[in-house]
Design a protein around this ligand. Structure first.
Ligand SMILES: Cc1cc2nc3c(=O)[nH]c(=O)nc-3n(C[C@H](O)[C@H](O)[C@H](O)COP(=O)(O)O)c2cc1C
Length: 247
């Protein structure tokens, strides 16, 4: 529990390797996560070879932590292994569709968070990389992922050089709905975002970006519509290519 409440993303790493016994334990923890029908519809590609990490770096927009951190884990939705087993047993698999991409993605993400928590209990730092879905087509080639396997997220892992401050969160009431969904009034939206909007960090970001509010930093700087549309198209194309969209 303490681990959960101390979590912060780590973006600077010492070069020290993660001892094999700790890495094994992290990967074992990943496999203890719940999965759809206990089918374990995911694979984890653990990259420690500097050449592989270097090749992955542009896929993650050259964020320095990809080459700095000793371990890069790419979590993939994977129906391939299960299909092979079915076919080898004369069973007809029916998993080449969008539903089973979603199931595989859920399994991969639950496994990733188990790995993250286990890593953090060993004093390691982690950072998720959302760039994975933007450039998944290139990652497929670098990691030689067969049909039926698609990257969902990446986690870099290693010993932190520093301990950044905890980041803020919206109040718990912002994300919790009792019994049924309660929609937000404009006043509620103002109240829920008030602390974040008035923080020193937000003031600094607004000055730096020359924008009048935090929402516009998201829509005009961080996650722009034109990029989102482009990355969506690339990922949908890849889903088709990897055989997840036959139906
Ligand atoms: C799916 C996902 C993708 C992320 N991608 C990136 C990334 O590409 N680069 C980065 O520096 N942080 C990334 N993060 C980290 C978030 O920015 C971070 O979790 C968030 O700001 C909250 O901060 P905290 O993790 O320190 O509490 C990602 C987090 C998630 C869950």
């Amino acid at each position: 529990m303490e681990t959960i409440f101390k979590h912060r993303s780590i973006r600077r790493y010492k070069p020290d390797a993660i001892p094999e016994n700790i890495l094994d334990r992290i990967l074992e923890a990943a496999t203890r996560a719940s999965t759809t029908g206990n089918m374990q519809l995911y694979s984890i590609v653990v990259s420690t070879d500097p050449k592989v990490k270097q090749a992955l770096s542009p896929c993650h927009f050259n964020q320095p932590m990809v080459t700095e951190a000793p371990v890069v884990m790419t979590f993939c939705a994977d129906i391939h292994r299960f299909d092979l087993w079915c076919e080898q047993r004369g069973a007809e698999p029916g998993y080449d569709n969008f539903l089973w991409f979603v199931n595989g993605a859920i399994d991969a993400l639950l496994a990733s968070q188990n790995a993250v928590l286990e890593a953090e209990t060993h004093g390691l730092g982690i950072c998720y990389l959302g760039t994975t879905t933007y450039t998944a087509d290139k990652i497929v080639e670098i990691l030689r992922l067969p049909k039926g396997v698609i990257p969902v997220t990446t986690v870099v892992m290693g010993y932190p050089t520093d301990c950044p401050p905890l980041t803020d969160r919206l109040p718990v009431e912002a994300v919790v709905h009792r019994d049924t969904y309660h929609d937000y009034t404009p006043e509620a939206i103002d109240r829920l975002w008030a602390e974040r909007e008035n923080s020193d960090e937000t003031k600094r970001l607004l000055a730096e970006n020359g924008l009048p509010n935090l929402a516009r930093i998201f829509t005009e700087r961080r996650y722009r519509k034109e990029d989102n549309v482009q990355f969506s198209r690339t990922y949908l194309d890849l889903l088709r290519k990897q055989g997840f969209m036959k139906q």
